[in-house]
Design a protein around this ligand. Structure first.
Ligand SMILES: Cc1ncc(COP(=O)(O)O)c(C=O)c1O
Length: 341
């Protein structure tokens, strides 16, 4: 079975697993696990932040950021289809008790005029806006890269209005491997990224920010039950996985090859569009009156396990556990099964 549902399905390599055996350990609650401390420092340095905090998941990093940047009843401007708003099990309502205000966007890049208008409107009759949160890469748009220039411009507006900018960078390395911009700490107040997706670590995310922000984040992590002890066991695997980040470009190449093949060979009017946004995902958008589950079942019977995102989009995600030599076979299977839809 080729599992293309997500890059979260990647399994740790032998090298990643072995690094856990040799990790130097201490009690991270006392900030005494050298492996964790080194990883936090390395990630903060890489992305231009003062400090880092190793957290159990992307969700935890996102939600701790909202807990720090917002007060209950205040708002977060974010794309209407962002992960932090839609796919985190109502955690924001449950934890920080914030509301989200939908911002217009194209491929995750916010419309800056719209952001200014939303901020100005919040001064009368609307809850106070405290944070702007964007996603890079932007999942719901097909894993699109948000341009660094647009992040710089957004940062200017956010700072002008004394708000905070958070980046859900669950897949930030996909953007960085393509556009090479690393200095996120200069333009945003917090950023979280995941080791457990394309990088192939089994667990873990990094939350980055100022020293003061991370001091508070450590408090919230503890309150949420996320304080850990000899967690260098996990951090060592995250570090080894991070060292392989350049191989993410191979996942992009695999996705691009399949996309080119589908564009050339897939011809079924029930599939409205095939979307590829330059990273590791392809979306097959199914016509409104058609049932995408039917195509998912056909794929499954041909050993392709794909996922649904939204109501009508089938998502194919390419990752390290899908090897180059299988790409032609996967293309054939996708084209062949689509002809039966
Ligand atoms: C864009 C985005 N943000 C955040 C998360 C949350 O990460 P985690 O599953 O580690 O909580 C995900 C998970 O898939 C994601 O795709």
């Amino acid at each position: 079975m080729y599992d293309l549902r997500s890059d979260t399905v990647t399994k740790p390599s032998k090298e990643v697993l072995e690094s856990a055996l040799h990790a130097e350990l201490g009690d991270d609650e006392y900030i005494e696990d050298p492996t964790v401390n080194n990883l936090e420092d390395e990630c903060a340095n890489l992305l231009g932040f003062e400090k880092g905090l190793f957290v159990s998941s992307g969700l935890m990093g996102n939600q701790i950021s909202l807990l720090i940047h917002n007060d209950p009843g205040t708002e977060v401007i974010t794309p209407f289809d962002s992960h932090i708003k839609n796919y985190e099990h109502g955690a924001a309502a449950f934890l920080s008790r914030v509301q989200f205000r939908d911002a217009e966007h194209v491929d995750g890049q916010l419309n800056l005029d719209n952001v200014e208008k939303l901020i100005l409107k919040s001064k009368v009759h609307k809850p106070i806006i405290k944070t702007v949160s964007i996603e890079n890469t932007h999942l719901a748009s097909g894993g699109s890269i948000v341009s660094f220039d647009s992040i710089k411009s957004l940062s200017k507006i956010v700072r002008k209005h004394d708000l905070k900018l958070h980046i859900d960078g669950a897949r930030i390395w996909h953007a960085i491997q393509e556009d090479k911009n690393m200095n996120y700490g200069h333009y945003c107040d917090s950023l979280t990224f995941c080791f457990s997706k394309a990088l192939g670590a089994p667990i873990g995310s990094m939350l980055l920010g100022s020293e003061e922000f991370i001091r508070e984040a450590r408090e919230f992590r503890k309150k949420l039950g996320g304080g850990m002890r000899q967690v260098g066991v996990i951090a060592s695997m995250a570090r080894t996985a991070l060292q392989s980040r350049e191989s993410i470009l191979e996942d992009h190449a695999k996705a691009r090859k399949v996309y080119d093949c589908l564009i050339a060979n897939l011809n079924n009017e029930k599939i409205e569009s095939i979307v590829y946004k330059g990273t590791n995902m392809i979306f097959l958008n199914i016509k409104n009156d058609e049932d995408p589950n039917k195509l998912l079942n056909i794929f499954y019977n041909e050993s392709i396990n794909a996922g649904l995102i939204g109501e009508k989009s089938i998502r194919l995600v390419f990752h390290k556990d899908i090897v180059h030599t299988d790409i032609d076979k996967i293309c054939d299977k996708l084209v062949h099964s689509s002809s039966k839809f």
